[in-house]
Write a protein that binds this ligand. Structure first.
Ligand code: 2RA
Length: 351
């Protein structure tokens, strides 16, 4: 019999992409249960061409579930994931609640699939979307060149902050559309007013050097995630990481500039060969023909797109890259689904 899957947080921005992916991938699941907060219970959502009613999260709802994909706030995951695991489900969690727990593997199937098999708490964590938007390409380069240091800046889409992020950008864009803003200081702020939603500053016609919540010494939670998660996924606990996270007025698809330093000298030719053949990576790099990845083209696709591959001007051991990944697909729903599929394969093999 096919395993039973629960999608927890089915009504959110990531949840709805999870349902699309379940309808697009090979149909390996038996029953699919959709769970969400009591507020969303009773709604009907389409999955695999059928309308399925959303149930409120409860202990009973997890009985008989083999694998549960969670996309809910940290505190909801912290409460419910261990309950689901105790009831026998293997949980694949996309919150930040368990990612750095030493007893919870943090898995990217193209990079460290073996880690998914060792899960003492019955929970597997899915990385943050910013880490995920670059790590498949970096994992491929690391496997050959040996990564030593990363210097990264992110250009993060508003859907990283969920439906509220998307709604905020759309509202702000409608307020500024047709106005002649941007010549006088404070223009955009005046038009947008206090309507900054989940962001600390207006995001339309702007860039905001902040994502997440404050951490020690001026760092943001998002920046700490990029460092800590990259180290854990790559198995490089001492990796040097310098990172600044920035929000930009893009709906979906995170971009990053990456300066990656390796153990020895690298060549662009070899780097391009690695990127062109790595699973889950597309090399799109011919600037003279206007070819480099942009969010407008990458959105809705599965791979990590890499362009602008150059050897660092002043360091023969370093590469410069521009990387784009759909933050709702590989950055969240797709990676979670891929992990769930790995687990289903394992359950099938041992059944
Ligand atoms: C963001 N990475 O883009 C976060 C969401 N997990 O806001």
């Amino acid at each position: 019999t096919k395993p039973t899957l629960a999608v927890v947080g089915a009504t959110g921005a990531v949840g709805s992409v999870m349902l699309q992916i379940l309808s697009q991938h090979a149909d390996i699941w038996g029953e699919i249960r959709l769970l969400a907060s009591p507020r969303s219970a009773g709604r009907k959502l389409a999955v695999r061409g059928e309308e399925v009613e959303v149930m409120a999260i409860s202990e009973e709802a997890f009985v008989g579930v083999d694998v549960a994909m969670f996309d809910v706030p940290d505190e909801v995951a912290a409460h419910w994931a261990p309950i689901a695991a105790a009831l026998g489900a293997i949980v694949v969690d996309n919150s930040g609640a368990f990612r750095m727990d030493p007893d919870v593997p943090l898995v990217v199937p193209e990079v460290n699939p073996h880690a998914a098999r060792v899960r003492p708490r019955g929970i597997i964590a899915n990385p943050n979307c910013t880490t995920l938007s670059m790590i498949v390409a970096l994992g491929a380069l690391h496997a050959e060149f040996g990564l030593r240091e990363l210097v990264v800046s992110s250009y993060q889409a508003v859907s990283g902050a969920g439906r509220a992020g998307i709604d905020t950008l759309r509202q702000q864009l409608s307020l500024v559309a047709g106005t002649e803003l941007g010549t006088k200081p404070g223009d955009v702020r005046r038009v947008v007013g206090d309507n900054t939603g989940p962001f600390p500053e207006p995001v339309a016609l702007n860039v905001v050097p902040w994502a997440g919540s404050p951490r020690e010494d001026g760092w943001s939670s998002e920046e700490m995630k990029v460092r800590d998660e990259s180290r854990k996924i790559l198995g490089l606990p001492q990796l040097r990481v310098a990172v600044t996270c920035v929000r930009v007025p893009v709906v979906t698809t995170h971009s990053l500039t990456v300066h990656a330093c390796f153990e020895g000298e690298v060549t662009v030719d070899r780097a391009r060969e690695i990127l062109a053949t790595a699973p889950g990576v597309v090399l799109f790099d011919n600037p003279e023909a206007g070819e480099f990845p942009t969010p407008a083209d990458v959105v809705g696709t599965d791979p990590t797109w890499v362009g602008r591959v150059r050897r660092a001007l002043d360091d023969p051991t370093a590469l410069e890259l521009f990387v784009c990944g759909d933050n709702l697909r590989k950055g969240a729903a797709l990676n979670t689904a891929q992990i769930a599929e790995l687990v289903a394969e394992e359950l099938g093999a041992t059944a």
